[in-house]
Design a protein around this ligand. Structure first.
Ligand code: G3P
Length: 446
């Protein structure tokens, strides 16, 4: 299932349609944006170059749809998400094929991305009914000077229209990690996929369409950044932005209005290797963490800080494992590699003479996404973890985002807010209080 028939439904000639007001549409611009296959360097697909007017229509539709979507019972919203998840998994093959062609993701990883995404949508549906089904009840007499006359009931309400902007490296998984919390919480969702990865993402959106989401609850817009980029992120009908990517996120956060932002902007994930580390384990994780998907992961190992005494042994093991891969010689400005995020298969290894030096190097970075420590001494690991200024520290494993329900966040320039199932649902909601005021009881009046 989910092969050519689906692609035909979302294609107009040789260009993929965009999704607005519950329908697949052709842009009035008459223009398209090419998607280059990174392997062949040839145009693989084309998507619509939408206009600002089409964005306006989409936003209006999203705003109107959200009102009734928020009133749709939570269990029904969950049911639809479960349905979309099942359809998505059913479409694993064609979507994975798109991922291979659009972003050169290895076939096995591409299939994993689709399945992982289906699981994540289901998990959101499961967790959403629990997290959103609960509220708080507070009594006034717990605060000094108050009688027991005010009862406060709190619940979580949606924000409105959520704009989701995922990156090219996970155009499906990091799209659903924004779509699912938004929808389960009663928001409507506008997706702006990355150009590389847009067709995989549109195909995923079609799975939500097939699941039967009401029109306007989910939309997908494609186009040129110069035409619709700022227009989307500064749009007055957008009530929340969830973005994953690079420096663009810093620009967005400066331009966006007074709305909640969820940002994941990359990292310079350090791997600290102590003298007592299992070097075989460390080397395997360094190679996997540094070079899988050519290092194009925010959570890739991007610098190794190894104790002088075991540095040679570690480098030997890493070199053996890198095997046929060619890591170019240090560039003229080698030290730039020690600080910047190359997003490629480059891995500087720096010798340190003590733990403090390693922690200092890690913390001197403007990024603070993840880091890892290899040691057999759990006490040391905990102390170092505490000292590292990163959103997550992995002990004896390479940095990684998953499992997808774990909290995922960056400090400093690595982001705003925290992702992960519960955190994303909470981030895409607001607390609403209703206070019941009772007359002061006669016993309290003396
Ligand atoms: O944005 C995070 C992404 O680049 C890495 O995710 O799952 O490969 O750790 P993951």
């Amino acid at each position: 299932m989910g092969g050519n028939g689906v692609l035909a439904a979302i294609l107009a000639g040789d260009t993929f349609k965009y999704y607005s007001e519950g329908e697949w549409q052709v842009s009035s611009s008459g223009k398209s944006v090419p998607i280059i296959n990174p392997t062949t360097r040839m145009t693989q697909f084309k998507v619509q170059a939408c206009t600002q007017e089409e964005v306006n229509k989409m936003m209006e539709s999203a705003k109107n749809a959200q009102k009734s979507w928020a009133k749709t019972p939570l269990w029904k919203r969950a049911e639809l998400l479960h349905k979309a998840a099942a359809i998505l998994k059913d479409h694993k093959k064609p979507i994975a094929e798109c991922l291979v062609k659009e972003i050169a993701k290895p076939a096995k990883d591409a299939a994993t991305e689709v399945m992982r995404s289906g699981d994540l949508v289901s998990y959101y549906a499961e967790e959403g009914v629990r997290v959103l089904g609960e509220g708080k009840f507070l009594m006034s007499d717990s605060f000094p000077g108050n009688e027991r006359t005010k009862y406060c009931l709190t619940s979580k309400i949606p924000l409105g229209v959520v704009l989701a902007i995922p990156p090219f490296n996970y155009p499906v998984n990091l799209a659903v990690s924004k779509i699912a919390p938004a929808l389960i919480a009663g928001n409507s969702l506008v997706l702006k996929p990355p150009t590389q990865g847009a067709v995989s993402a549109l195909h995923m959106v079609h799975c939500f369409h097939l699941a039967g989401f009401p029109k306007g609850v989910i939309s997908g817009v494609t186009g040129k950044g110069s035409e619709i980029g700022d227009f989307l992120t500064m749009h007055p009908l957008v009530n929340c932005i969830s973005f994953t990517g690079g420096d663009t996120g810093i620009a967005i956060s400066k331009k966006a209005g007074m709305i909640p932002l969820q940002m994941e902007l990359g990292g310079k994930d350090a791997c600290i290797v102590l003298e007592d580390a299992d070097l075989e384990l460390a080397a395997s994780n360094i190679v996997k963490g540094g070079f899988s998907y050519s290092g194009q992961r925010c959570t890739a190992v991007k610098v190794v800080l190894v104790m002088e005494s075991v540095a040679d042994a570690l480098v030997k093991k890493v070199n053996e494992k890198v095997g046929k891969l060619t890591v170019g010689p240090p560039e003229n400005d080698y030290m730039r590699i020690a600080w910047e995020e190359p997003f490629g298969p480059v891995l500087p290894i720096i010798r340190i003479s003590n733990v403090e030096e390693g922690v200092h190097h890690c913390n001197a970075s403007n990024f603070g996404l993840q880091g890892c420590i290899f040691t057999k001494d759990i006490n040391k690991a905990m102390l170092i973890s505490d000292a590292m200024e990163t959103g997550t520290v992995q002990i004896n494993s390479a940095p990684a985002r998953g499992p997808d329900h774990f909290p995922f966040q960056g400090l400093k320039d690595s982001g705003i807010g925290s992702q992960g199932v519960t955190n994303s649902i909470n981030m895409m909601t607001k607390i609403k209080s209703t206070v019941i005021n009772l007359p002061t009881p006669s016993y309290a009046m003396g």
